[in-house]
Design a protein. Structure first.
Ligand code: JB2
Length: 215
């Protein structure tokens, strides 16, 4: 039986859901690091300090880290630091999530309670499929993208790296959402969204763009 010890990076709201998912999947959370390094507990796990504690923990033999930061760019950056320190990225799949045996979930991803990931879907490294989100068959969710709670991707949707699909949004089959794009909460996306595009509404319309795609 391999050691299932994991350190969680970030001690905010995302960490709470991640800790439950990790524990449910058999991980032992040895502690958290946070920018706010004051000692405290999150769901009974200790905040042991800032990210400088990561090196010591690795030296103590902790092999896995989970980056529990909801911001897509920050999550990518912190994961890079953890990997540079020699960590492997843990994957947090809640026991109540339904993940097809024919789906692929890359390292560092989060699949939260009651989310559904159907056959031949591909969930990229560090992506988040948040609570009750649905990723239908043949979807591709890029690295560091975030499918927020209750969002629904119909079959064959592509979500680019670092994109955010807001809570409760619905995306029509086969639509492509570009890297770093943002889809507003509750939107109905019926046409492709370019990289860095920001859309909202039902049907979703452009409301701006980001100069540099996030993530
Ligand atoms: O560089 C960092 C760093 N920067 C901010 N390293 C570490 N270890 N921690 C960092 N933080 C910490 O992330 C902040 O001090 C804060 O404690 C935490 C962010 O907490 P917050 O609750 O604001 O966001 P979150 O990322 O945990 O969750 C967001 O994303 C989720 C997907 C929220 O929007 C949630 O509502 C959402 N469900």
């Amino acid at each position: 039986m391999p050691d299932r010890a994991v350190v969680v990076i970030g001690a905010g709201g995302h960490a709470k859901v991640a800790i439950e998912a990790l524990r449910g999947a058999g991980w032992r959370v040895v502690g958290l690091t946070d920018l706010d390094s004051r000692p405290r507990q999150v769901l009974g796990a200790e905040v042991i300090g800032g990210d400088e504690a990561l090196e010591r923990l690795r030296g103590d033999g902790v092999e896995h880290a989970f980056v529990a930061l909801g911001d897509n760019s920050l999550r990518r950056r912190m994961a890079g630091k953890a990997v540079d320190l020699g960590y492997r990225l843990a994957t947090a799949i809640s026991p109540s999530a339904t993940v097809s045996a024919y789906a692929r979930v890359a390292e560092g991803a989060a699949i939260f309670p009651r989310a559904v990931v159907n056959p031949d879907a591909d969930i990229g490294e560090l992506a988040i499929v948040n609570t009750s989100a649905v990723v239908e068959h043949d979807c591709r969710v890029g690295a560091c993208a975030h499918i927020a709670p209750g969002a629904v991707l119909a079959g064959g949707v592509t979500v680019g790296e670092g994109a955010l699909v807001g809570a409760g949004a619905a995306v029509r089959p086969g639509v492509s959402i570009g890297a770093g794009a943002i889809v507003g909460a509750g939107s109905a996306v019926v046409a492709d969204v370019p990289a860095g595009g920001v859309v909202a509404g039902a049907p979703a319309r452009p409301i701006g763009s980001q100069e540099r795609p996030a993530g």
